[in-house]
Design a protein around this ligand. Structure first.
Ligand code: ADP
Length: 481
């Protein structure tokens, strides 16, 4: 099959969240299964490492109308991990600019930037003669692609699959933008792009793509209900027969404690001594008390209310006060979220370490050196952190929601197949009770080692999920036949 994968983010050159990792790894997995895959992504500012992948000009320039002017998109090409990747370059919208904004503020022209990108990706598919069997778009930033395609007068439409990575981000803008985006008024109605009097990019994709997916079966159900439907639950329910939940994978080679260059002490499920050494090295690096048998709890992630970090803040100090645990936090984004930890760090400087910024290598050393990985998310479409933690033998403690519910099986409920600990209620006492449960088991070193080994052997690769995407592609093709 020939697949064009259109994405606003692509690791490692332009990464904000998990979508970037998926855009890098799913195409690779599809290719490994014998399919032809092309990725299309914007080329943002220099300085993000894009030069290092050495894109070369294709010589193809597309002239597209956007926001009242004709604008040029230039296409360049590179191979990233064996996948042909086309960069859309634009002096108006991407050159010298960050992905979504700067200093915590989104750019005002984001609707035009991503509408332009969607149009350019569609036109590029044509200009490059790719003739794909399927176009796979992702999130609101590329959701207008199927809308634009339907507006074109073309003999045969290319089937489109839209994946929702996080329904909380929809791309909602004033309706007045409609003509400036080249969209007719006729599309502004309740079954089209209208959403409470405003324009909703994601909704446009949800109603016009042939097939919809989201990143876990549980989340696929949850977003059809009002609590997590973010106002789109009705639209999703109406298309429930077209919606599939597919759990993300991780790239086993990118996340391998046996050869991770960020680690000094490497390890595998059959030789765990490196994990113990890594814990001591991490304690040293973070200024914590060097203590091999004190459980080290870790939380890594975007600082967003979604991630439930306040439960960690409320639950963990009791364990630290009892000298039953140490805690390391690594967070980026809204760093004011970390300020609440200040008094605790001042009180327990040798047991709590709070780290700011996106620090890839430190993140890896934390996955490797910790004993328990905390993800008490309010909601979690899929989550990658818990899968990475498993690979590094760090047992996840999660709130059973979305992808966390689909990937983590509680060890007390199912000692033979379990791989972590989970709880239901979004409150600190539920997290604390679960942590106490886990820590009791931690005292049984033999049992714990067996669990760590089992966690590390778990297959979180893309193989089976990539196969599920292929099924959805087939269905989308069939829908158009
Ligand atoms: P989301 O996509 O909602 O941000 P995921 O769990 O799906 O959450 O993916 C987050 C990815 O980003 C994981 O690989 C995680 O390790 C990494 N990550 C998040 N914040 C940081 C940080 N501050 N430093 C290093 N890595 C981070």
């Amino acid at each position: 099959m020939k697949i064009v994968f259109v994405t606003p983010e692509l690791a490692p050159v332009s990464k904000v969240g998990g979508l970037a990792d998926i855009a890098a790894s799913l195409p690779r997995a599809l290719k490994r299964l014998g399919h032809r895959v092309y990725v299309i992504v914007p080329r943002y500012a220099t300085g993000t490492g894009v030069e290092s992948v050495g894109p070369v000009a294709t010589g193809i320039e597309l002239e597209l109308e956007m926001d009242g002017a004709r604008r040029t998109a230039r296409l360049s090409r590179a191979r990233l991990s064996g996948v042909t990747t086309y960069f859309v370059e634009s002096d108006d919208y991407f050159e010298g600019r960050a992905i979504y904004g700067e200093s915590g503020r989104d750019y005002d022209d984001n609707p035009f930037r991503f509408a332009f990108f969607s149009r350019a990706a569609l036109a590029a598919t044509e200009a490059l003669g790719l003739a794909p069997d399927i176009i796979h778009v992702n999130d609101w930033q590329t959701s207008l692609l199927p809308v634009y395609q339907r507006l074109e007068d073309r003999a045969s439409r290319m089937p489109v699959v839209l994946t929702v990575h996080n329904l909380a981000y929809q791309g909602i803008f004033p309706r007045e933008l409609l003509p400036r985006l080249g969209l007719p008024d006729a599309l502004f109605h309740i079954d089209g792009l209208e959403f409470y009097g405003r324009l909703n990019f994601l909704k446009g994709g949800l109603v016009s793509a042939e097939r919809l997916t989201t990143v876990s079966p549980s989340y696929a159900q949850e977003i059809q209900r009002s609590e997590l439907g973010a106002g789109l639950e009705g639209v999703l329910r109406a298309r429930a027969d077209r919606l599939t939940g597919i759990v993300n994978g991780i790239e086993p080679n990118d996340w391998d404690p046996g050869k991770d260059p960020a680690l000094t002490s490497r390890f595998a499920s059959t030789r765990l001594s490196g994990k113990a050494a890594g814990k001591i090295e991490l304690q040293k690096e973070l200024g914590l008390t060097l203590s091999p048998r004190t459980p080290l709890l870790a939380a890594i992630g975007r600082l967003d209310p979604q991630k439930g970090l306040e439960l960690v803040l409320e639950a963990v100090p009791a364990l630290v006060a009892e000298e039953r645990a140490q805690l390391v936090v690594l967070g980026s984004g809204r760093e004011e979220f970390l300020d609440a930890f200040r008094p605790l760090v001042a009180r327990y400087p040798k047991a709590i370490s709070v780290n700011r910024g996106f620090q890839e290598a430190l993140g890896r050393r934390i996955y490797a050196g910790a004993d328990l990985f905390l993800m008490p998310s309010r909601y979690e479409p899929c989550g990658l952190g818990q899968m990475i933690a498993l690979r590094y033998g760090t047992l996840p403690v999660v709130r059973a929601t979305g992808g966390l519910a689909d990937t983590i099986r509680d060890l007390d409920e199912d000692p033979d197949r379990g791989n972590g600990f989970s709880f239901e209620a979004f409150d600190a006492s539920a997290l604390l009770a679960t942590l106490r449960r886990a820590l009791r088991h931690y005292e049984n070193e033999k049992l714990w080692t067996r669990w760590v080994r089992r966690a590390m052997r778990e297959d979180s690769s893309w193989k089976s999920s990539a196969g599920r995407y292929l099924d959805v592609y087939e269905q989308a093709i069939h829908d158009l036949d």
